[in-house]
Design a protein around this ligand. Structure first.
Ligand code: GLU
Length: 291
């Protein structure tokens, strides 16, 4: 059987910080220790992304010793996403949504509606109501998946069973570009990714993605959401926390910090591979103190 693949999928909106580098190392360790290929995917569908930042991110990942078997840029594959949006539309699973963020925030909700779930405003409009909304709204509509606001459970190697809401999430943005949750699912399937290792800030997105994966008939990947790095105040690491990027820290020190955060004595990622046991990974966030 051909080996599957793991991947790292940075969003090139800022240079990688030590926490992102550590997540990348872990994704690489999970893949390599299980005989999988390792792929890079540049998640550059967002307007805030930048090709120069993407190149620096890949350079940094290579500089710390990661190797990969291919790299893709999401912006190069619009037809891949369009084909899936067309398929979902032909199965009558999509509807146009004219809501702004403010409309969604202000919409009345059922008393037990899950926090943050789309309230369904545009879900059951008649054709005439759609015409009116289209005429009233200057923005082109986004496309949402009809899901019935269900819950879905994924199994995570580090968190166990995780159940989260699957609301009618956006699959194509108003600007016609694939939304994150659709792109990630379609790319993972197209690239043969069967192991998703990423920061645990994305754990709440995984039920939506697993649900869409199932609807599209793709095999569900294994998930491992690794603990994030926090600053000494318990907040997400940011520029103001001092030396956080590879350019500021230096390769050797960064590798030393990553290794010690995992309880390893290794100095290279290849050496970390000999010490890596997925089930022994720390479950709590790593509090980063620049040294
Ligand atoms: N590009 C996303 C991020 O950097 C991660 C996507 C994923 O791993 O599924 O937050």
């Amino acid at each position: 059987m051909a080996p599957g693949a793991g991947r790292f999928a940075p969003s090139p909106s800022a240079d990688l910080h030590i926490g992102n580098l550590r997540t990348a190392v872990l994704a690489w360790l999970f893949a390599r220790s299980s005989g999988r290929r390792f792929l890079m995917r540049v998640d550059d569908l967002d307007d805030r992304t930048d090709a120069d930042i993407a190149r620096r991110q890949l350079d940094d990942l290579a500089a710390i010793g990661l190797t990969w078997d291919g790299a893709e840029w999401q912006s190069e594959n619009p037809q891949r996403y369009d084909a899936v949006v067309d398929e979902l539309a032909s199965r009558d699973l999509l509807y146009e949504c004219y809501c702004s963020r403010k409309d969604i925030a202000q919409a009345p909700r059922a008393p037990h509606a899950p926090q943050g779930a789309y309230p369904g405003t545009c879900r059951d409009l008649t054709d005439a109501e759609r015409e009116t909304r289209r005429a009233e709204t200057s923005r082109p509509p986004a496309m949402r998946l009809r899901t019935d606001a269900i819950v879905h459970t994924v199994h995570d190697l580090l968190h166990g069973d995780y159940t989260g809401t699957v609301d009618d999430f956006v699959v194509r943005r108003g600007d016609g570009v694939a939304a994150y949750n659709l792109a990630v699912v379609v790319d993972d399937a197209a690239q043969g990714v069967d192991q998703v290792v990423r920061g645990d800030d994305l754990l709440p997105s995984s039920p939506r993605q697993a649900y869409l994966t199932r609807m599209l008939g793709y095999p569900e990947p294994t998930y491992a959401h690794v603990a994030l790095v926090l600053n000494e105040d318990g907040a997400r690491l940011a520029k103001r926390d001092g030396a956080v990027t590879l350019a500021e820290i230096g390769v050797e020190r960064a590798l030393g910090q990553i290794a010690s955060s995992l309880g390893y004595t290794a100095m290279t990622v290849e050496q970390m591979l000999t010490e890596f046991t997925a089930s022994d990974l720390p479950r709590h966030p790593w509090i980063y103190r620049p040294d």
